[in-house]
Design a binder for this molecule. Structure first.
Ligand code: DOR
Length: 434
C-alpha cells in the first residue's frame, strides 16, 4: 500500500519546507517525491502542515480496573483525534503494572483495541526490583516518590538507592515530597477549598522531591526524566543538572495557575498542583531555552461525578490528550513559540528520551505516524465534543487557533475531519534497549 501526501508544508527536524511525502507499508520511503508518483492513495494537503505524530509520554488510561473513567479504546481514540500517534501509559491501574505478567497483559489488550501506538511503563514498588531488572517491553520505570492516584509509593531512601543502583532502564518519577505534603495537609486540617490543594502540594514539596530524585540519578549514573515540572524553583535547579537528566512540562502547568480555581474548581485539581503566574512564565522560558525538553499531558481522567465531590475527596487529574497539540498550536499562533519547537517538544524529544525506534521525525526509514495540522483553523473546545470517556475538559469554552485535522498511524488514516476509522490498530512501540 502506497500513500502520497502532496502539497503540505512539511516540518522536518531542521526546516519547514513544501514537499511530497511517499509512504509505503507503514514507513516513510521518500521525503521529496514527485507529485506524479504512482500511489494507491493520494492525499492533497495543500494549505496544511505535516508534522510527525505526537508522542505523549505520560497518560493514565485506567485499563484495567478503573475503566469507568477511561479505557484503552477510548483513550487511544482521544489520542487519534488529538494528533497523538503514540502514548506511553502509567502503571497506576488496578492491578498496577508491577509484574511482567501485568505488563504483558496490557500489551496484549492494547494490541486488540488501541487506535494508535502504545507503550507501558513498569511501576516500581519497594520489593519488585527483579521485575524492574527483567522488563524489556517497556519504555522505562515509573516511581511514585510521592503518592498520587492509586497506592504506588516508594519513598524510603534505601529502596530508592537500590532501584537507581541496580536497574538500567531510564527512570521517571512523580516528584512531590510525601512528608511535606502530609505536614501541609495536617496544618490545613486536610484542606476544605480547592485552592488549598496548591498549599498542600506546594512548591516546597515539588523541589524537595525533584532534588532528591536527581541526586539519586546523578550518584548512580542513571538516566532520569522529571515528569510534570510545576515550579520555577525546579526550573532553576534543572539548569544545574547533568545530561543524564531530562524533564517535561504539561499544558495545564503552562496554562493554568491558582487564579483558575475560582472558575474551574476541581477541574484543575492535579498532582503536582497548578502553581502561580510566575511558575507558568518560568516553565515557558524553560521550554524555550531547552531546560525542559518534553511536553506531555499527564492525561488523568476522572468522571465529573467524582470531580464534583468536595475537596479533599475530589480526585486529582484532568483529561488532555485530545487538546494538547491544539493548545500548543494555539500557543504558536499567539507568538509564544514556533511550530518547530512544538514538534521538538511533542514528537522528537520524547522519542529520544525513551529510545523509541523510528519515531518522532519525518525522515526516510521512519514510521509513517503523521499528522496534518491546519494552523488557521479556529474552533471552540466543547465538553460535548470530547471523545475521552470522562466527557469533559477544563478547556471547555476556549477557542483555539491551530488544530490537527488528520492523523495517520503506520501509514493508515485513523482520524480525518471528525471521522474515525475504527479498524486501524496501533502497534507496540519498540525501544533501542529491547
Ligand atoms: O493528578 C494526577 N492524577 N496526577 C498523577 O500523577 C496521577 C493522576 C491520576 O492517575 O489520576
Amino acid at each position: 500500500m502506497k500513500t502520497l501526501i502532496i502539497g503540505a508544508e512539511v516540518v522536518f527536524p531542521d526546516r519547514i519546507q513544501k514537499a511530497n511525502i511517499l509512504v509505503e507499508n507503514g514507513s516513510i520511503v521518500d521525503t521529496s517525491a514527485d507529485a506524479t508518483t504512482a500511489a494507491d492513495e493520494v492525499i492533497d494537503a495543500s494549505g496544511l502542515h505535516l508534522i510527525p505524530g505526537a508522542i505523549d509520554d505520560q497518560v493514565h488510561f485506567r485499563d484495567p480496573g478503573l475503566t469507568h473513567k477511561e479505557d484503552l479504546a477510548t483513550g487511544s481514540r482521544a489520542c487519534a483525534k488529538g494528533g497523538i500517534t503514540t502514548f506511553l501509559e502509567m502503571p497506576n491501574t488496578k492491578p498496577a503494572t508491577i509484574t511482567l505478567e501485568a505488563l504483558e497483559e496490557k500489551l496484549d489488550v492494547a494490541a486488540g483495541k488501541c487506535l494508535v501506538n502504545f507503550g507501558f511503563y513498569i511501576g516500581a514498588t519497594p520489593d519488585n526490583i527483579e521485575v524492574l531488572k527483567a522488563a524489556r517491553r517497556t519504555p522505562g520505570i515509573k516511581i511514585f516518590i510521592g503518592s498520587s492516584t492509586g497506592n504506588l509509593l516508594v519513598d524510603q531512601q534505601e529502596d530508592l538507592e537500590r532501584i537507581f543502583a541496580e536497574t538500567t532502564l531510564t527512570i521517571c518519577a512523580h516528584c512531590e515530597d510525601e512528608a511535606t505534603v502530609r505536614a501541609n495537609s495536617e496544618r490545613l486540617s486536610g484542606g476544605s477549598a480547592f485552592i488549598d490543594h496548591s498549599s498542600i502540594r506546594d512548591h516546597k514539596a515539588a523541589i524537595i522531591a525533584t532534588k532528591r530524585a536527581v541526586d539519586l540519578a546523578e550518584r548512580h549514573n542513571h538516566r532520569f526524566h522529571v515528569l510534570h515540572v510545576s515550579t520555577a524553583q525546579e526550573v532553576e535547579f534543572l539548569k544545574t543538572t547533568s545530561d543524564l537528566i531530562t524533564a517535561e512540562a504539561c499544558p495545564h502547568h503552562l496554562l493554568f495557575n491558582v487564579d483558575d480555581y475560582e472558575r474551574l474548581g476541581s477541574l484543575v485539581q492535579m498532582n503536582p498542583s497548578i502553581k502561580n503566574k510566575e511558575d507558568n512564565a518560568a516553565l515557558w522560558q524553560a521550554l524555550l531555552d531547552g531546560t525542559i525538553g518534553v511536553v506531555a499531558t499527564d492525561h488523568a481522567p476522572h468522571t465529573l461525578e467524582e470531580k464534583q465531590l468536595p475537596y479533599p475527596q475530589s480526585p486529582s487529574g484532568l483529561p488532555a490528550v485530545e487538546n494538547s497539540l491544539a493548545l500548543m498550536l494555539d500557543s504558536v499562533n499567539k507568538g509564544r513559540c514556533s511550530l518547530q519547537q512544538v514538534v521538538s517538544w511533542m514528537c522528537e524529544a520524547p522519542a529520544k528520551v525513551w529510545d523509541i525506534v523510528n519515531k518522532g521525525r519525518i525522515q526516510v526509514g521512519y514510521d509513517a505516524d503523521l499528522v496534518l495540522v491546519d494552523m488557521n483553523r479556529e474552533a471552540e473546545v466543547r465538553n460535548e465534543d470530547q471523545v475521552t470517556k470522562c466527557g469533559w475538559t477544563p478547556w471547555h469554552g476556549d477557542t483555539l487557533k491551530g488544530w490537527p485535522v488528520r492523523t495517520i498511524v503506520g501509514g493508515r488514516t485513523v482520524f480525518n475531519e471528525g471521522v474515525f476509522d475504527e479498524s486501524v490498530r496501533g502497534t507496540e512501540a519498540k525501544y533501542n534497549h529491547a
